[in-house]
Design a protein around this ligand. Structure first.
Ligand SMILES: [Zn+2]
Length: 166
């Protein structure tokens, strides 16, 4: 289905289990945000209580997030096994619950997505190549012979030792 529209005139008094999918296009997220990788699946019991429509059940939708630490792209399915959404019933006979489901999923996005929290957790290790960017000259610098450096520190040690002992 393109939109999740519930026809109240067809909804039995004891409620009805609605089990379907909504396309990724409903998310309509900005380019730099998470990317939907599949439909939003739902399995919801819909029941009317006075002027409210209650939807209870499960939602899930897979996304591609970017790890805040390593910038790796990874897949994570937002799964809400027990959700309850209450919608006010207006004058019409139909209720479009698409946006309510969308919101529910978006509200449960991880605030700081990390690749070790994905569907297929990867070790969240920063690539050493990126670490090397902090010290780009390290490999190019002529390293002085170790003995020279050592003797310098040895001299300092010798100076400091009397103080330590006193
Ligand atoms: Zn990571």
């Amino acid at each position: 289905m393109k939109r999740f529209v519930i026809d109240l005139s067809l909804l039995p008094e004891e409620g009805q289990l609605l089990d379907d999918e909504l396309p990724t296009t409903i998310f309509d997220l900005p380019e730099e945000d998470a990317k939907p990788l599949g439909p939003l699946s739902f399995r919801l019991q819909a029941q009317r209580f006075g002027d409210e429509l209650l939807l209870q059940g499960s939602l899930s939708a897979p996304f591609e997030f970017q790890c805040v630490r390593t910038l790796t792209l990874f897949k994570k399915t937002i799964t809400l096994p027990k959700t309850a959404i209450s919608l006010e019933i207006g004058p019409g006979n139909e209720i479009d619950a698409t946006d309510a489901l969308r919101e529910e999923i978006l509200l449960n996005f991880p605030p700081y997505p990390r690749c070790d929290g994905g569907d297929d957790p990867a070790p969240c290790d920063i690539d050493p190549r990126y670490l090397a960017v902090d010290n780009p000259t390290e490999d190019d610098v002529d390293v002085p012979p170790a003995a020279q450096g050592d003797s310098r520190w040895a001299a300092l040690d010798a100076l400091e030792k009397p103080d330590e002992q006193s």
